[in-house]
Design a protein around this ligand. Structure first.
Ligand code: UD1
Ligand code: UDP
Length: 374
């Protein structure tokens, strides 16, 4: 039997992490001939992930430019993918999530009348500017997709409400849990020298990340002020903040947080370091999407610096709280969590609603059955 050609397209760090388990499973299937095209919307941050999972791109569009606009990414990704699709001629194109690369990949496939599989489909806030532009990237990709891999029942329900046929939706769990369980099962010592020097037993440790477009500028300044107050008022508290490579963020973060001895600003960490660092931390403070899913799998409470989340399952399960971007509120919410043992225990022990580590297998099985029968 001739194998079915499947092209996976991604471009950023989180997409690479979450598609690595899918690529591995596809490569073990006898039904598919998988290939990987990266837009490299992220360069170093995505390459770190390719190294950890020993992935090699078959096509690399290398589109990243410093300070790229949304239009830059779309135009360059769409143009590049046209050549890739003409060369490989896949039957199915897989994308993940909600980035500009995701939408560009889906649109490129649509223009070539190729089937589209959307991994991590159906998450919604129903507010087109929160998160921006991810809410619309995910929604528009869903409008074009033929196969929808919903991580949770809620995500599947969102798709059904939009008229997606039920037999094209598969509830799979989130592939990020597959990736996380795999890397945390590997023994590891920190690669980052700054992490090697931190005494994790000397007091609580907050692991912080912030990169969302909605938080650029003033909100990020407020976040930094809240964090400064935390280290000033809580003796022994340490904050570890791997700062996203975006220069726009760095301009805000380094002048405000760069000089405090208990705030450790480090370069983006490779996923092995980061996953193991999550496991050693007391609290996760973040505006990231992926961390809301991963931290509960490691029994870590997550405070989310956003007004809305497209992952309400974490709120319902009690693993996550929304704290917004007001510095005073961040200060009081973190302090409460560190001082109130009962609250901490409840959040840390709440059940992770995002998956069991078998999402990639479910995706691959569904696709095998579908393409063997059509
Ligand atoms: C992108 C995604 C966002 C996702 C995030 C994950 C879009 C519109 N945004 O946002 O949904 O949550 O990735 O991190 O798709 N840079 C580097 N090296 C890197 C990566 C980035 O130097 O390896 C710098 C570049 O100057 C680049 C800038 O960061 O221009 C912004 O990158 P971009 O992908 O446009 O936006 P993110 O904020 O990373
Ligand atoms: N991550 C990482 N190194 C870091 C920060 C994050 O490997 O220094 C991982 C993290 O574990 C998660 C993903 O990157 O899997 C989240 O990426 P990001 O916050 O950039 O994007 P988002 O999840 O918001 O889309």
């Amino acid at each position: 039997m001739e194998r079915i050609k499947v092209l996976t397209v991604f471009g950023t760090r989180p997409e690479a992490i979450k598609m690595a388990p899918v690529l591995k499973t596809l490569s073990q299937s006898e039904v598919f001939e998988p290939m990987l095209a990266v837009t490299a919307q992220h360069r170093e941050m995505m390459d770190q992930v390719l190294d950890i999972f020993r992935l090699k791109a078959d096509y690399d569009l290398g589109i990243m430019k410093p300070g790229q606009s949304l239009t830059d990414i779309m135009v360059r990704a769409l143009t590049g993918l046209e050549g890739v699709i003409s060369d490989f001629n896949p039957r199915l194109l897989l994308v993940h999530g909600d980035t500009a690369t995701t939408f560009a990949g889906a649109l490129a496939a649509y223009y070539h009348k190729i089937d589209i599989g959307h991994v991590e489909a159906g998450l919604r806030t129903r507010d087109k500017f929160q998160p921006f532009p991810e809410e619309m990237n995910r929604h528009l990709t869903g409008v074009l997709a033929d196969h929808h891999f919903a991580p949770t029942e809620q995500a599947a329900k969102n798709l059904l409400e939009e008229g997606v046929p039920g037999d094209r939706i598969k509830i799979t769990g989130n592939t990020t849990i597959d990736a996380l369980l795999e890397v945390t099962s590997r023994p590891h010592e920190f690669n980052c020298t700054e992490l090697q020097g931190i005494d994790f037993a000397s007091g609580p440790v907050i692991l912080m990340t912030a990169h969302r477009r909605e938080n650029w500028g003033k909100p990020l300044e407020n976040i930094c002020k809240g964090v400064l107050r935390l280290v000033d008022e809580i003796p022994g508290l340490q904050v570890i903040y791997p700062v996203h490579a975006n220069p726009l963020l760095r301009e805000t973060v380094y002048p405000l947080l760069g000089k405090h001895s208990r705030i450790h600003l480090v370069e983006p960490l490779d996923y092995m370091d980061f996953a193991h660092l999550m496991a050693c931390s007391t609290v996760i403070l973040t505006d990231s999407g992926g961390l809301q899913e991963e931290a509960p799998a490691l029994d870590k409470p997550v405070l989310v610096m956003r007004e809305k989340t497209e992952r309400p399952e974490g709120l319902e399960a009690g693993t996550v709280r929304l704290v917004g971007t007001d510095g005073e509120k961040i200060f009081s919410e973190v302090r409460e969590l560190l001082e109130n043992e009962k609250l901490y225990r409840e959040m840390a022990s709440a059940k992770n609603p995002f998956g069991d580590g078998k999402a990639a297998q479910r995706i691959c099985k569904y696709l095998e059955v579908f393409y063997l029968c059509t």
